[in-house]
Design a protein around this ligand. Structure first.
Ligand SMILES: [Zn+2]
Length: 280
């Protein structure tokens, strides 16, 4: 399918510095590739302040087409909508690059290389990570509304490929953080756990396997005050931090459900105890 030529001429508006008129500076070609519009070749008109205003950086005040910058990734011809589709297919539906390439060709008439599929999937992961961090306060509020969150932590490694550390909110089954660490060691795990706690608050319980590294990391956190603060508050009891045979916490829903149920029961018990202790 050929490229569709389009002319992008937005309202030139006024100069943001002097409020004076903007003039056409030049027209530049830019190719685009989006699900919404397919393949197109745009002639983008760039406007410049008639009074030759300059930004503090020294560059001329110019205005590019917002509709293009909102639709296309920076330094790329691909649209945000295309990146999102590729990312979802790769990570949610676990499709291989060639399968994604085929789907784009057959269902959207979009032809991209497997290298471009990889690049878009990588960009999707980066944007998703940034979105995750940006929305942490909202996610933390949802967890708090649940009455807290039991921390599930697991580290799985493949020989020679490092270790993947994952921290989940047990009841919601939300991954709050994941890291590739070189090896399962407490001093590598601790900073990751601290990052999660700084974003989502102290958990109401902690569940982990009997790994040699995760256990001291969690113990250190308790001493350092994160979960310890919850103890002081009386929100959780001593018995809510306990070892579980949870080697398959992540990826085995049945195991997670069992642990969640047990964790929930423990937290409920401690809540009851707490309320009993403050009752007149
Ligand atoms: Zn101006």
């Amino acid at each position: 399918m050929g490229s569709v030529p389009v002319v992008v001429a937005e309202d030139r508006g006024a100069c943001p510095l002097c409020d004076g008129p903007m003039l056409v500076q030049k027209t530049v070609p830019r190719n685009g590739l989006t699900l919404a519009h397919g393949t197109f070749g745009a002639h983008e008109t760039i406007h410049v302040c008639a009074g030759r205003c300059h930004w503090p950086s020294g560059s001329l005040v110019t205005r590019r087409a917002v509709c293009l910058s909102e639709a296309l990734l920076p330094m790329s011809n691909a649209g945000y909508d295309l990146m999102t589709l590729v990312g979802r297919q790769r990570f949610l539906h676990r499709m291989q690059r060639e399968e994604i390439q085929e789907t784009l060709r057959d269902e959207h008439s979009i032809a991209i290389s497997t290298g471009e599929v990889s690049d878009l999937a990588r960009r999707f992961a980066l944007y998703l990570a940034r979105l995750h961090r940006a929305r942490a306060p909202l996610l933390a509020a949802a967890l708090a509304a649940d009455g807290g969150w039991p921390l599930h932590v697991d580290a799985t490694g493949e020989a020679g490929r490092g270790t993947l550390l994952i921290v989940m909110a047990g009841w919601r089954q939300w991954v709050l953080g994941s890291w590739k660490i070189s090896t399962e060691r407490a001093d590598l795990i601790l900073p990751c756990l601290r990052t999660v706690l700084s974003r989502f608050g102290a958990p109401c319980a902690a569940m982990r396997d009997l790994g040699k590294a995760v256990t001291p990391a969690l113990d250190t956190l308790r001493l350092a005050g994160a979960i310890a603060e919850a103890f002081v508050d009386g929100i959780v009891g001593e018995d809510t931090v306990f070892p579980v045979q949870a080697r398959r916490t992540v990826g085995d829903p049945a195991t997670s459900v069992r642990q969640s149920a047990r964790g929930r029961a423990l937290v409920e018990r401690t809540r009851v105890r707490r309320f009993a202790s403050i009752a007149p």
